[in-house]
Design a protein around this ligand. Structure first.
Ligand code: ATP
Length: 355
């Protein structure tokens, strides 16, 4: 089912938590709300669940307006960070709870519960109590409980943040698999960039109650619309520059550390001063292509699969590079040339107010 927010504003007392937010989540989409702590993502999720009402704007599930509709009448399933299982009930009873509330007869209930437990691969645990389960298993049960009522919309609030790093990785794949199987429209809140990048069909990056950028993970990572998104979603190196003309189809950007050829969006071609960014993994130790920087290695850190370098450029700007599968060691003090392919660079206006 399609989910839409139209010009939604929410205040708590004198503080505005969501400012005129509009958003459309497509039917069957796995959609992520990503942003730093306090940006309003949980508030947005709770508005969808019906725990809060918007002060202005509209919430739609398909063709039905949801404002004023009680949470239990919205047919949304919700999964919380802390699982929220009842300790005195078995796994089966926990999963059956929503069905009981909806008046599903006992016979059908068991069938649906077992189907829910099958989807999350917990069939063998129906008689256990939650305190006999690991964190990952408890989160699977919480997912099954949300799924058995066949919700139109599944709302996940930081569902993996209580799990250890390894289990979190495993559960990412699991939630993606479960979504592929059920195709329920899912809205997933997290502040973990990797989680969003690795799982989302599309994602919205939020800051201070506003959506800063919305798009598929690759687009948001490779074409951030401002410095906040670029720095929040990953690391970036920044050089101050000025667009001085065009050459061979590229815009020419003169930075204090060297000259670049990049694709400039039309809106920036006459901007004059700009910020030029590139990701640490976009820089290569070679002199291929038009964009070359003279640099001195300041520090290198070997991490097995990657080597991370801190470098100083001619204008004393510091940048970071990451090399995959590092072979030969480059030592501090060594002079190197770094190249960055034009399509790996992004340009933003230099006005800090616009970032
Ligand atoms: P986190 O990742 O830390 O959960 P978040 O992006 O989900 O952050 P919200 O929980 O939506 O953020 O909170 C946004 C802001 O609204 C915060 O400043 C928070 O203190 C405030 N807030 C949230 N709920 C309430 C409430 N019931 N009453 C008053 N203020 C609230």
């Amino acid at each position: 089912m399609k989910v839409a927010l139209r010009n939604v504003t929410k205040h708590f007392g004198a503080t505005t938590i969501l400012r005129d937010v509009s958003l459309e989540v497509a039917d069957r989409e796995l959609f992520f709300l990503l942003g730093p702590s306090g940006c309003g993502k949980t508030t947005l999720l709770r508005l969808l669940a019906g725990f809060y009402e918007a002060d202005a704007g509209e919430v739609w599930f398909g063709s039905q307006r949801m404002d004023g509709v009680q949470p239990h009448r919205r047919n949304a399933g919700m999964v919380f960070q802390n699982y929220a299982l009842w300790p005195h009930l078995t796994v089966e009873q926990n999963v059956a709870y929503g069905l009981e509330v909806r008046g599903i007869p006992t016979g059908q209930r068991r069938e649906k519960v077992m189907e829910g437990l099958r989807i999350v691969r917990m069939e063998g645990f129906a008689d256990r109590s939650p305190n006999q389960l690991s964190g990952g298993q408890q989160q699977r049960v919480a997912l099954a409980r949300a799924l058995v009522v066949e919700p139109d919309v599944l709302l996940l609030d930081e569902p993996l943040s209580n799990l250890d790093a390894r289990l979190r990785l495993e559960m990412r794949d699991e939630i993606r698999r479960i979504h592929d199987e059920t195709r329920i429209t899912t809205i997933y809140v997290t502040h973990d960039q990797q989680e969003a990048l690795s799982m989302a069909d599309r994602m919205a990056v939020m800051r201070d109650g506003v959506i800063e950028q919305l798009g598929p993970p690759r687009e948001v990572y490779r074409r951030p619309v401002n410095r906040f998104v670029a720095d929040f979603i990953g690391e970036a190196n920044w050089l101050a520059g000025r667009i001085t003309g065009t050459e061979g189809g590229w815009s020419v950007v003169e930075t204090t550390a060297g000259s670049f050829r990049v694709a400039a969006p039309a809106s920036l071609r006459n901007a004059g001063t700009v910020q030029l960014g590139f990701r640490p993994e976009a820089g290569r130790f070679d002199d291929a292509g038009p964009n070359r920087l003279d640099a001195v290695i300041e520090q290198s850190t070997y991490l097995g699969d990657t080597e991370q370098y801190a470098l100083r450029l001619g204008d004393n700007t510091r940048i970071r590079l990451v090399q995959m599968n590092p072979g030969s060691l480059r030592s501090p003090g060594e002079r190197v040339v770094v190249s960055v392919a034009p399509e790996q660079c992004f340009l933003l206006p230099s006005d800090p107010g616009a970032s």
